[in-house]
Design a binder for this molecule. Structure first.
Ligand code: B3K
Ligand code: ZN
Length: 844
């Protein structure tokens, strides 16, 4: 396969001044007629007229009305064209019904829909399918579907046709079309300048009752972007469509966002608190793309984090404002460590702005998205809030309507603040998570912190230069008072010291408050000091972090020395859980055990070979011991955290229910499931029903409820995804693969629905001890199914290969089992470009 390089960027030699598309819809033989006005760029270095095109049947092509015969080449066509502006016309035939890759125009439940990012438009018609070619689109849809939508504003409609016009120039990846039997949940929003915007959420008949929450989230997002960034919506209409078969979460097509139904449809009976929070965030994310992504887009796909990092950062700010800032931060760091750190520390490591790819879809990663957002968080910390918003204002003024680069982005910060960012830019070009070693010294009232940074080698990058790292530090006195408020220390060198004067005694440092940089902190410290910070730190993130570090240390000791769970830690946890002055959401987070994969990585980093079964056993023993320790308080705590009254998906209730769920799982270890069965019976919302079912399945005492659940929800695809996933997640390690295998034979399992495939195989890969069971069954089952899925849907297959990325952590036996599966996948005839690239990188 061909490799594309950032350094090879060349602009296209033509402007696309306008695009007219006509679609004659038919499931297997849709005709697409394009009429595009092209103008040669006067200063173009390269005038090759190349249009991308894949899986298209060319019917005819014309230039200025004259029939031409283009040369069909790999990945598209070329043609002799005039040296002056001209009109290109082409008619092609495509097969939406046969499109199982879910890229381009495809069908989902008899509904036509599109997904064009990153390079799907070339499966719709011949076009310069690159984000730096921006044009206005006019679209005519012909067909007998009751609802036919495209981007922008409606121009007219009649029997069998509809016309749309999008006045904002856009790259082809933002094109969208939807047609089918849909109903809308309407709403409206008045912008700050008084413009009335019509809002709709379009769903299949039967899903109308699941739209209200999404609509409110959309309005809140529109308001928030006006209030915080001064950004207003720019069309008369904003449509969202829910689609069941979708490779990702959602897509920000101009004026016509298309959502995986799991990321927009919600009701108390069918969605958990976590679902509600995620839906609110994704609706915000896609809406915020209207400015960060659509109005200002990317010059090329290497710049993907320009829009994704910034938009993730913005949606995190939004969630923090709508809900709880510390809780959101803790959740994000947990997710970063679970998804991005393994990427950054393994064979798939790449910088937030990659410099090469074979298949760009493989780079919609946690590094581009989440680390991309962390980099912006650091920038904001370094320049301060005021300068941050000043720079953003300049960004929107200077680059509106353009396709930009990371250089453009950093330049607005340099111009707005007068600060040089050449060293900071390393965050965009260097892969790997920096390690930050901290040592301290105290004498005569002077306290010195010394930091040493280093980043391990990553593929293609053996040596790393020191980066700018903002380290937020506060100091506590031994009696628990804060003696120095948070201050951001700026590291720029490999080794650097900072001193504090006039301290009456040696302080306890609270380092990397708010997780001020995505690094791994290495510091010799004691469990007593961690417990002290868990009790006294004024920074909620670091308070949680101290508890999390303690939890890890205790488990590591249990795994390595067979130690019993640390008594002091159990006491600290007990005290915290019972302290009703503490936020329930915070208590729930402290009670959430560190992930077993995280423990495995910690052991590996310290020179041990992690044994997944031992890690699992330690987790079980720990939880069992904690349950016993809390035994007398559990019933009271369970009652105290039960939310009375009708369910509402707000942050406060969700926090209480999260804690209640943790308590229930502890209680179930003691009563075998009596309380959980009662809760299951009484639950009137999915959060409690699901928590109860999970606790029962974990106790191997949930067969009856699982069947009842199936009976109740078998017609709801989203709830069924939960049912599939939960059985695997709750299975004992020796039964995980067999449970997953049995579920692939269930009549409701489908290879064609990515949500269902992910429900099963995401749960399998997420069950650390089950997936890595010494039998190798988990590896084999996943590989079998990836090989089968690759023929239908390369994009989802390739993404799920990442389950194998941590393989070098484990013992020789497991490594050879995994290597055998990866080699088998790699050797499959006709393997997609997507999966080939992933498997090759993981094996290297
Ligand atoms: N921009 C889309 C992702 C498209 C995925 C293409 N493989 C969703 C988002 O980040 O908002
Ligand atoms: Zn995005």
């Amino acid at each position: 396969p061909k490799t594309f390089y950032l350094k090879d960027y060349m602009p296209f030699g033509y402007d696309a001044e306008s695009v007219h598309l006509t679609f004659r819809l038919a499931p297997e033989t849709t005709r697409v007629i394009s009429r595009i006005r092209f103008a040669p760029k006067p200063d173009a270095a390269d005038r090759t007229f190349f249009l991308h095109g894949e899986e298209l049947k060319l019917i005819s092509a014309k230039i200025d009305g004259q029939e031409v015969t283009p040369e069909l080449v790999e990945g598209g066509l070329t043609c002799e064209v005039p040296g002056a502006p001209f009109t290109w016309e082409a008619e092609v035939e495509i097969n939406p019904a046969g499109n199982t890759a879910l890229e381009g125009l495809y069908m989902s439940n008899r509904m036509y829909c599109t997904q064009c990012e990153a390079e799907g438009f070339r499966k719709i018609t011949y076009y310069p399918d690159r984000p730096d070619v921006m044009s206005t689109f006019t679209v005519r849809i012909e067909g007998d579907e009751p609802v036919m939508l495209s981007n922008g504003n409606p121009m007219g409609q009649g029997e069998g046709w509809a016309e749309w016009h999008d006045p904002w120039p856009k790259p082809a990846y933002l094109f969208a079309l939807v047609a089918g039997d849909l109903v809308n949940h309407p709403g409206s929003f008045t912008t700050k300048s008084g413009k009335e915007v019509e809002l709709n959420i379009w769903v299949r008949p039967g899903d109308e009752h699941k739209c209200a929450f999404g609509m409110e989230a959309l309005k809140k997002s529109m308001k928030w972007d006006e209030d915080v960034y001064g950004l207003e919506y720019d069309l008369d209409l904003f449509n969202i469509v829910a689609v069941d078969d979708f490779n990702m979460g959602a897509m920000e097509n101009k004026g016509l966002n298309i959502f995986n139904s799991s990321c927009v449809l919600a009701s108390p009976e069918t969605s958990t608190d976590a679902n509600f929070e995620r839906i609110e965030a994704i609706i915000a994310h896609e809406y915020f793309h209207n400015w960060t992504g659509n109005r200002i887009t990317c010059r090329d796909w290497f710049q993907l984090c320009l829009k994704e990092g910034l938009t993730v950062f913005r949606d995190a700010q939004f969630t923090a404002d709508m809900r709880s800032e510390p809780v959101k931060r803790i959740e994000d760091v947990i997710a970063l460590r679970a998804r991005q750190f393994p990427e950054d520390n393994g064979p798939l490591a790449h910088p937030p702005r990659p410099e090469q790819f074979q298949e760009i879809n493989n780079f919609y990663t946690a590094t581009v998205y989440e680390k991309g957002a962390e980099v912006i968080g650091m920038l904001k910390r370094l320049v301060g809030d005021e300068n941050y918003y000043k720079a953003l204002k300049l960004y929107f003024e200077r680059h509106d309507g353009q396709a930009c680069t990371i250089e453009d982005w950093l330049k607005v910060f340099e111009d707005a603040t007068g600060r040089g960012l050449s060293q900071f830019k390393l965050w965009y070009s260097q892969a790997g998570t920096p390690r930050l070693k901290v040592s301290e010294d105290y004498a005569d009232g002077t306290y010195t912190l010394t930091f040493e940074q280093s980043t391990p080698p990553t593929p293609g990058q053996p040596d790393k230069a020191p980066r700018v790292i903002p380290v937020a530090v506060g100091l506590l006195s031994p009696n628990g008072d804060e003696v120095r408020a948070t201050e951001v220390l700026e590291l720029t060198e490999a080794k650097q010291s900072f001193t504090y004067q006039g301290l009456a005694s040696k302080p306890v440092p609270s380092i990397l408050r708010e997780f001020s940089a995505p690094v791994i902190l290495e510091r010799e410290t004691t469990n007593a000091e961690r417990a002290f910070l868990l009790a006294h730190d004024t920074d909620p993130f670091n308070r949680w972090e101290a508890g999390n570090a303690l939890a890890k240390e205790v488990r590591v000791a249990m795994v390595l020395d067979g130690a019993a769970p640390d008594a002091a830690y159990l006491d600290a946890l007990e005290k915290l859980v019972r302290d009703d002055d503490q936020d329930p959401a915070f208590r729930a987070l402290v009670l959430t055990p560190p992930s077993q994969s995280d423990i495995a990585q910690t052991l590996f980093d310290r020179g041990h070979t992690p044994d997944p079964q031992k890690i699992y056993d330690a987790a079980e023993t720990f939880t069992q011991t904690l349950a016993q320790q809390l035994e007398t308080s559990l019933p009271r705590l369970y009652a105290a955290t039960t939310v009375d009254g009708p369910y509402a998906p707000d942050a406060e209730g969700a926090g209480k229910r999260a804690l209640n769920g943790r308590i229930l799982s502890l209680l179930t270890r003691l009563d075998g499931g009596e309380q959980a069965a009662r809760q299951y019976q009484a639950a009137d919302n999915m959060t409690q029903q699901y928590a109860a079912l999970g606790a029962l399945l974990k106790a191997e005492n949930g067969e009856a409820q699982s069947q009842a659940f199936f009976g109740q929800w078998q017609d709801d695809r989203l709830v069924m995804d939960k049912w599939f996933a939960l059985q695997i997640a709750c299975a004992a390690p020796e039964k995980t693969a067999a449970t997953a295998a049995a579920l692939t034979r269930h009549p409701l399992f489908s290879m064609k629905n990515p949500n269902r495939f992910r429900a099963v195989f995401g749960a399998l890969a997420g069950h650390h001890a089950g997936f890595h069971h010494a039998s190798g069954e988990g590896y084999q089952l996943l590989a079998d199914n990836l090989i089968a899925l690759d023929k239908l849907n390369p994009q989802t297959t390739a993404r799920m290969c990442a389950a194998f990325q941590t393989w070098k952590r484990y013992d020789a036996g497991r490594q050879s089992l995994i290597r055998a599966q990866l080699t088998r996948i790699a050797g499959t005839d006709g393997l997609s470009r997507d999966t080939t690239e992933m498997v090759t990188r993981i094996l290297d």
